[in-house]
Design a protein around this ligand. Structure first.
Ligand code: IPD
Length: 300
């Protein structure tokens, strides 16, 4: 049967607002103990409650589609060609726990393993990023606050009408994340690359304008889609952190390459990503320059 992408989009938007209200009114100190890898890999009662809400709603409405969610994922669960909801109930849990207002619900939908609908909602700032494949990407600001009679102020992404050409790395604002694994080989590579990005010189190094870490992969990607960041590089996050944002990025003219050197067409679940904003030129050159900074080291 043909997929009704508009219907899927509309329901995801509805669920995102409902989840947003839950997040805003939850107690972020209800932290779950155990399970996760270390003391910085946090999960709260609210992450679980939001995932239950979302999966119940989506499974009852679309019983034949698959569902992958951060809190119910078990190793071995595979993303297939089946239409699949890929959901992070709270992306930016650490921010949520600390009250730092950059957390969101990330609702992705993939068909044939391609990000096809994306809805990312930051309830603190009432910012809703949305896209349907082939239909453009949008930011709706202030709908829950009642702006524009409750419809919110809608802007097409990227936010500037004509995205400027991309320069070399040394003119870029770049997002990176520390992630929650703090002692493995990937962590070594990341911190080395951060250093090279901040103060490197010439080939294999750069001095970027600065680095940013929003604390949420989805919101980093949305900021790249909006054109507020030039690039976002990460190894270690998961399909549910990126699926929704990826659709939004692609519809805003951005590209997603692999976070490891050489991969132009990364899989959604490859866990290594490099997002570059929309631009009339310079996207591929920037990806190559970033890979050069990494040298021949690859993240697992
Ligand atoms: C995390 C955030 C963070 C990224 C981590 C993710 P969570 O997601 O997206 O920015 O660096 O890799 O796990 O745990 O807050 O859903």
């Amino acid at each position: 049967a043909e997929l009704n992408l508009q219907e899927i989009h509309d329901i995801l938007v509805e669920v995102a607002h409902e989840a947003g209200r839950m997040i805003i009114s939850a107690n972020p100190q209800d932290i779950e103990q155990g399970e996760k890898i270390n003391s910085v890999d946090i999960v709260t009662e609210c992450d679980k409650a939001v995932e239950t809400l979302v999966s119940t709603r989506l499974r009852s409405k679309f019983p034949s589609y698959a569902f992958i969610g951060e809190e119910t994922y078990r190793p071995g669960q595979q993303l297939t060609d089946t239409p699949t909801f890929i959901v992070d109930p709270i992306d930016g849990t650490t921010n949520f726990v600390h009250g730092f207002p950059e957390a969101c619900i990330s609702l992705g939908f993939a068909a044939g393993r391609v990000p096809t609908v994306g809805v990312v909602y930051n309830p603190y700032l009432d910012k809703l990023y949305t896209a349907i494949r082939g239909k453009g990407a949008y930011l709706t600001h202030g709908a829950a606050c009642g702006l524009e009679g409750g419809k919110g102020r809608v802007s097409k992404l990227p936010l500037v009408e004509k995205a400027p050409p991309l320069g070399r790395l040394d003119s870029c604002l770049v997002a990176v994340e520390w992630g929650s694994s703090r002692e493995d080989q990937n962590y070594e590579i990341k911190t080395e690359v951060f250093k090279k990005l901040c103060a490197g010189k010439g080939s294999g190094g750069a001095m970027v304008h600065s680095l940013r870490s929003m604390g949420s992969a989805a919101l980093n990607i949305c900021a790249v889609a909006a054109g507020q960041l030039d690039m976002y590089w990460e190894g270690g996050c998961w399909a549910w952190d990126v699926c929704a944002g990826w659709c939004i990025l692609a519809e805003a003219g951005g590209i997603m390459a692999s976070g490891n050197p050489g991969g132009w067409e990364p899989e959604i679940d490859s866990r290594k990503y490099l997002a570059v904003r929309g631009a009339p030129s310079g996207q591929k050159e920037l990806v190559k320059e970033m890979w050069e900074v990494m040298g021949d080291r690859k993240m697992d």
